[in-house]
Ligand binder design. Structure first.
Ligand SMILES: Nc1ncnc2c1ncn2[C@@H]1O[C@H](COP(=O)(O)OP(=O)(O)O)[C@@H](O)[C@H]1O
Ligand SMILES: [Mg+2]
Length: 326
């Protein structure tokens, strides 16, 4: 039975996808069979971080265009990647029996797996929330900015208020050192304990390291590209921490069913107004929607930057270097 862990955050850009990728690879290096599930339905994600271009996604499986085995990518890094969805077609009207058949088919591929790490979209949309409520373990990323702290706390609050009873952990991301990370964790865990009566675990931290954006630009996972870097060490530590924890027992049928529902029911545009965050909900949902738009813009920028770099490299190869004038 695999251990299913979903990684999420209140806002985008905290280092979630890199966490899933690098911690997944670290777990693989420690002799675990690992599947990474990309359920963040934005532009570019786990595939781009590994320089892959999946031809098909879970959406094709749901639409009956191919089998689940056909979409699983065996990567060079000892982990398997299941691409979530590229988000083009509307699948709202899939019959119930078809969904049930699908779940049966899909459950087979995780039979011999030790870890499934799911990269979810950031923000508290109702579809992501209902998916998270069906997983036994959720890890919330938090960056050292006040807004990120509030967002992470809001995420834990929404989970708790909706009856989540699995393990919630926090990973401070892009922090200077372990002391700063611990402080960040303590702030969240004590607020959660005090106001929500919720125990929040510490998953370890990811330090801020310039090697990480370099690895992202090279489209090679940081733990492979820079194995001796500080950030690689952080990911290894997190993998060890996960291995030292007691595993929850997931209801795999419920997991796959909610995952499929999340993909099927995904609105064309993310809607946040259906989740109440106490009194501040209207302003906050606008704020979150705005942040999502900025996040999409950021991803587009990364893609464009990469394209420009490629073009520069190509033109450098084409134009002969100036030699000494003779
Ligand atoms: N530990 C880190 N150190 C430095 N920069 C980081 C770190 N983690 C993330 N980043 C930066 O943030 C960007 C977004 O990271 P990503 O993992 O895609 O976040 P998310 O999935 O939460 O949106 C990366 O491309 C990188 O530039
Ligand atoms: Mg991401």
């Amino acid at each position: 039975m695999p251990r299913v862990i979903a990684i999420t955050s209140g806002k985008g850009g905290v280092g979630k996808s890199n966490f899933v990728l690098n911690v997944g690879i670290a777990l693989g290096m420690m002799d675990n069979r690992v599947q990474l599930f990309d359920a963040d339905l934005g532009l570019a994600n786990l595939d781009v971080l590994m320089g892959l271009r999946p031809a098909r996604t879970l959406e094709d499986v749901v639409l009956g265009k191919c089998s689940i085995e056909e979409i699983i990518l065996k990567t060079d890094y000892g982990v398997e990647l299941i691409p979530g969805s590229s988000g083009v077609e509307d699948m709202a009207d899939l019959p119930r029996e078809q969904i049930a058949g699908l779940i049966k088919q899909i459950s087979k591929v995780s039979k011999d797996i030790d870890f499934i790490l799911v990269d979810t979209a950031s923000g508290i949309s109702s579809t992501v929330l209902s998916f998270l409520l069906g997983v036994p373990e959720v890890i919330v990323g938090v960056a050292p900015e006040p807004t990120s702290l509030t967002d992470a706390y809001a995420m834990i609050k929404v989970l708790t208020r909706n009856g989540f009873n699995g393990r919630v952990s926090v990973f401070p991301s892009m922090v200077k050192n372990s002391t700063k990370a611990r402080n960040l964790y303590r702030k969240i865990s004590s607020a959660a304990q005090r106001f929500l009566d919720m125990k929040v675990d510490y998953a370890g931290y990811v330090c801020v390291d310039e090697k990480l954006p370099q690895a992202v630009a090279d489209q090679v996972p940081a733990i492979v590209r820079f194995p001796t870097s500080e950030v690689a060490r952080c990911y290894m530590m997190i993998a060890s921490t996960l291995l030292s924890q007691e595993a929850g027992s997931p209801d795999m049928e419920r997991f796959w069913s909610r995952l499929i529902q999340m993909i099927i029911k995904r609105p064309k545009r993310k809607v946040h107004s259906d989740v109440s965050l106490g009194g501040e909900n209207r302003v906050r949902s606008l704020e979150i929607a705005l942040r999502d738009m900025l996040e999409e813009q950021r991803k587009t920028r990364i893609l464009l930057e990469r394209l420009v770099t490629r073009m520069e490299q190509t033109s450098e190869e084409l134009i002969p270097k100036k030699g000494p004038v003779v």
